[in-house]
Design a protein around this ligand. Structure first.
Ligand SMILES: Cc1cc2nc3c(=O)[nH]c(=O)nc-3n(C[C@H](O)[C@H](O)[C@H](O)COP(=O)(O)OP(=O)(O)OC[C@H]3O[C@@H](n4cnc5c(N)ncnc54)[C@H](O)[C@@H]3O)c2cc1C
Length: 458
């Protein structure tokens, strides 16, 4: 355990006295509990952890860190803490206690404090005919998701959540509370919508809600042996699909746990999930080619859009895992076959092999968009392997690298920042012009590099 100097501890005690929230240090009994991450493989060792309860707490923490020569790493759910590294001389500033959400159905705008997760918003929208551009899990933080881009079930129709953000409230590295909108601090507003958490500590975010009266959504399941023909049919359908349909095709290994429904428990399955923004008539027509393949289970039906929050069946409790990701410009039939073979090999330790359909609005830039204006590629590849025993790491890593290598010939020029869970160079995420502009905004707002994001711009 790393202990701190008497002087720093004394200063931290002064900070403690100034905050509504809490400061926890390696000297506190609950230290090992609070420094845990959603991914249990990640070992965070910051100087101290602050639980802020208000923008004033954030301001006091930033001013303190500046005086003490420490950096500040804002953090919500810890869902993407892997790239942060050891966090030496850094205060981890958790926003999890700032969870207020308000919905204005008239103006079709939501406002969420920095600690709110998508699961705090979706129940409030039930029955309103409005939907937010959330992603696959209700446990993901709205702010972290939106700052990176935010890819959800309406992505092909409405693009990324970042481009539906209308205002961001942020404490800058001088401790000032700013508002960034299209008209106020417009350069910062541009950078925050895709450039990640590099520019300050966001305290609240406002974003558009989209009229979505009904969706036809669900999942079809086949035994894993059907993977080749299901993926082939799905990929043949993609070029004809309207922007109203966003879908994923996956091979999932369900663990033999009681919380998994009995019909899936301990089985490896081929799954197509999706959401059609429309009624059952449209949905049935679009899904007919997949239905011909007679899924073992088919849950597609007309539902309220709030049901999309758990459509992807993501795990909600912390676990140890490794991931892999790549955007693919295209994937011809022989390439797809190679990937499916790697993903369905009997000894593969992967629990998720996933292709998400991109395109539609994700390929259309608009002048009002932020730094993440579009998403490259036709398909997004995502892989997960559980590391239940320390030795598993090697085999999982090999399996991930094997699939990524097989997909490499079709790799897009950039990757998606929210899906990279290990340290990566900034030019992996942004084209040179966007990266230059992001770096200019960073040097203007944070010349001393006080703020530490998971993915930095260096
Ligand atoms: C189960 C699961 C499902 C997911 N599904 C999707 C999906 O469908 N679509 C998608 O696009 N992404 C998805 N993601 C990825 C997710 O969007 C990223 O992991 C995102 O970074 C999570 O943000 P967070 O705030 O929850 O996590 P954190 O780890 O708390 O934050 C990640 C980073 O965001 C920044 N940040 C967070 N809060 C603040 C703040 N208040 N001020 C400034 N910076 C801040 C920081 O740089 C921080 O390091 C998923 C992740 C998981 C684990």
């Amino acid at each position: 355990m790393m202990y701190m100097s008497k002087e720093l501890l004394a200063d931290i005690n002064v900070l403690r006295g100034r905050l509504w929230g809490d400061v926890i240090t390696p000297h506190d009994n609950d230290w090992d509990e609070v420094r845990k991450s959603f991914n249990l493989l990640i070992d965070q060792h910051p100087t101290a952890i602050v639980y802020a309860e208000s923008p004033e707490d954030v301001q006091a923490t930033i001013r303190f860190a500046k005086r003490a020569g420490l950096r500040v790493a804002p953090q919500g759910t810890t869902h993407n803490s892997g790239p942060l590294g050891p966090l030496r001389d850094t205060i981890l500033l958790r926003t999890t206690r700032m969870k207020g959400v308000t919905i204005d159905t008239e103006r079709r705008v939501a406002r969420a404090q920095a600690g709110a997760v998508w699961g705090d918003v979706t129940p409030l929208l039930e029955g309103t005919g409005l939907a937010a551009l959330h992603g696959s899990s209700p446990t993901v933080g709205i702010v972290g998701y939106s700052l990176g881009g935010g890819l959800g079930w309406q992505a092909r129709k409405h693009g990324m959540q970042a481009n539906s953000v209308t205002a961001v409230e942020i404490v800058d590295p001088h401790g000032e509370l700013l508002r960034a909108t299209a008209d106020q601090n417009a350069d910062l507003f541009w950078a925050l919508r895709g450039g990640g958490g590099n520019f300050g500590v966001v305290t609240a975010i406002e974003f558009k809600l989209h009229r979505t009266p009904v969706v036809y959504a669900g999942a079809m399941f086949w035994p894993v042996e059907h993977a080749a023909k299901v993926f082939e049919r799905w990929s043949e359908m993609l070029p004809q699909l309207p922007d109203e349909f966003t879908s994923t095709a996956r091979v999932l290994a369900f663990p033999p746990l009681d919380e998994v429904p009995e019909f899936l428990r301990g089985r490896k399955m081929t799954v197509v999930n999706g959401a059609v923004l429309g009624d059952s008539e449209l949905g049935e027509r679009l899904l007919a080619p997949l239905r011909e393949l007679e899924p073992e289970i088919d849950t597609f039906e007309e539902v309220d859009p709030s049901a999309l929050a758990r459509l992807h069946m993501d795990p909600e409790d912390p676990m140890p895992y490794l991931t892999g990701h790549m955007l693919l410009d295209e994937l011809p039939a022989d390439g797809l076959t190679g990937l499916i073979e790697a993903a369905t090999a009997e000894d593969s330790p992967l629990v998720v092999f996933e292709l998400r359909h991109m395109g539609g609005a994700l390929h259309r830039a608009a002048p009002h968009h932020g730094a993440r204006a579009t998403m490259a590629g036709d398909l997004l590849l995502f892989l997960v392997g559980g590391v239940m025993e320390p030795g598993d790491e090697v085999a999982v890593n090999e399996a991930i690298e094997g699939v990524l290598e097989a997909a490499a010939p079709w790799r897009s020029a950039t990757s998606y920042i929210n899906f990279i869970e290990e340290p990566a160079a900034a030019d992996e995420f942004f084209d040179p012009r966007t990266l230059d502009r992001l770096r200019q905004v960073k040097s203007e707002y944070d010349p001393q590099n006080l703020i530490k994001a998971n993915h930095e711009l260096v």
